[in-house]
Design a protein around this ligand. Structure first.
Ligand code: NAP
Length: 338
């Protein structure tokens, strides 16, 4: 069997293919033949060891995988050989609010990830898939899509007719665009690229703002909302964007603070949240229950994950480079085991 392992301090190849023999299956464990993984921006941070968790040499990366169950331990109750499954980002966050246990063991950073031909986990680490999703499509869901779902409908409490602001056209934002439109919300999306804004509009975005040609893009957001600002912001940037998101959010609005595309530091001042009685909340992916609700919505609305490009297993470093270059729209997938 083959898998990828991360060596963050390696000067040339932080991502390496390794041969391995799968461990014997425990009584409550399940073996999955992974068919596809998807990349997240965090996988770049993991290969550089700049992620929140310390990355140990030899870690199997990637939180997001989908595949077929090929063996189950004798006490496994909920899964059987032949089931189609996806990995959970947090194998111990079942439902409700997160506690410290729920947020431990994040796949592909604090625990073994999915970038392997044979993934072995307790059955609690997997979710069953509907037949409507291909393995490549399902592999896009565990991190970016659940994060978008949580930000919009749990933390963001988004209601039909409200307005959402999305930054850029990466994995989280494009899922959020699809979910928000399915829920009857209005979407304003930013991008560095007019062609990407046109693609976002084809997916239903109501307004696009080029943040390169409009560096003060919050002014456009306020203009487009008649000065009122938006109800929900999915803040995936950080320094430079957070300041503008704080100015873009309206009275009673919610900022879901998700990402670090522009860095970890910054000087944003949250004081303007006070007169608007608005709020900001850190988001960390989501629970199994959120994943299940999201799968129901995907099936009900016939939502198809937007895959920018698929790479063969051997070309993972090129796939990571493609993500780093930022030319993608939506998700990047790598096939496994073909
Ligand atoms: N907290 C969590 O649970 C969680 C979960 C998932 C992701 N994240 C974080 O959220 C962020 C986004 O993740 P992702 O997987 O969606 O990343 P991604 O797919 O790599 O998104 C990249 C895109 O972001 C846009 N972007 C880059 N700099 C920008 C800026 N200054 N202003 C606006 N847009 C900008 C660009 O879009 P254009 O090309 O259109 O300009 C770029 O193509 C990352 O920092 C990731 O680590 C956090």
């Amino acid at each position: 069997m083959r898998r990828y392992e991360v060596f963050p301090n390696h000067p040339v190849s932080p991502l390496q293919i390794a041969e391995f023999d799968p461990a014997p299956l425990g009584n409550t464990e399940v073996a999955v033949a992974i068919k596809a993984v998807s990349l997240n921006f965090r996988d770049i941070l993991v290969t550089r060891n700049t992620y929140f968790a310390n990355i140990v040499d030899g870690l199997v990366p990637c939180s997001d995988g989908a595949g077929e169950v090929v063996a189950v331990g004798k006490d496994v109750k909920g899964l059987a050989v032949g089931d189609r499954v996806a990995t959970l980002f947090f194998p111990h966050w079942y439902s409700g609010k997160a506690d410290a246990r729920a947020l431990s063991d994040a796949r592909g950073a604090e625990s073994t990830g999915a970038f392997t031909e044979r993934f072995i986990t307790d059955e609690s680490g997997l979710v069953k898939l509907p037949d409507s999703l291909s393995y490549a499509e399902a592999a896009t869901l565990p991190c970016a899509a659940v994060t978008a779902w949580n930000s919009l409908f749990e933390a963001g409490d988004l209601k039909p007719g409200q307005t959402v602001l999305l930054l850029g056209t990466g994995g989280v934002s494009i899922f959020a665009l699809q979910f928000a439109k399915a829920a009857g919300a209005k979407v304003i999306i930013t991008s560095s690229d007019d062609a990407k804004l046109e693609r976002a509009k084809a997916l239903g975005a109501d307004h696009g703002i080029n943040y390169k040609t409009h560096p003060e893009w919050h002014e456009e957001v306020l203009r487009l909302t008649g000065g009122a600002g938006v109800d929900v912001v999915l803040e995936v940037g950080g320094p430079g964007t957070l300041e503008r998101s704080l100015m873009s959010v309206g009275v009673g609005g919610r900022i879901a603070y998700i990402g670090v595309l522009t860095g970890l530091a910054g000087a944003a001042n949250p004081v303007m949240l006070i007169p608007k009685a608005s709020s900001i909340q850190g988001i960390f992916v989501g629970s199994r229950a959120m994943f299940a609700d999201m799968l129901d919505a995907i099936a009900a609305h016939g939502i198809k994950p937007v895959i920018d490009r698929e790479f063969p297993f051997e070309e993972a470093p090129a796939a990571l480079k493609h993500m780093e270059n930022g030319g993608h729209f939506g998700k990047i997938v790598i096939r496994v085991g073909d």
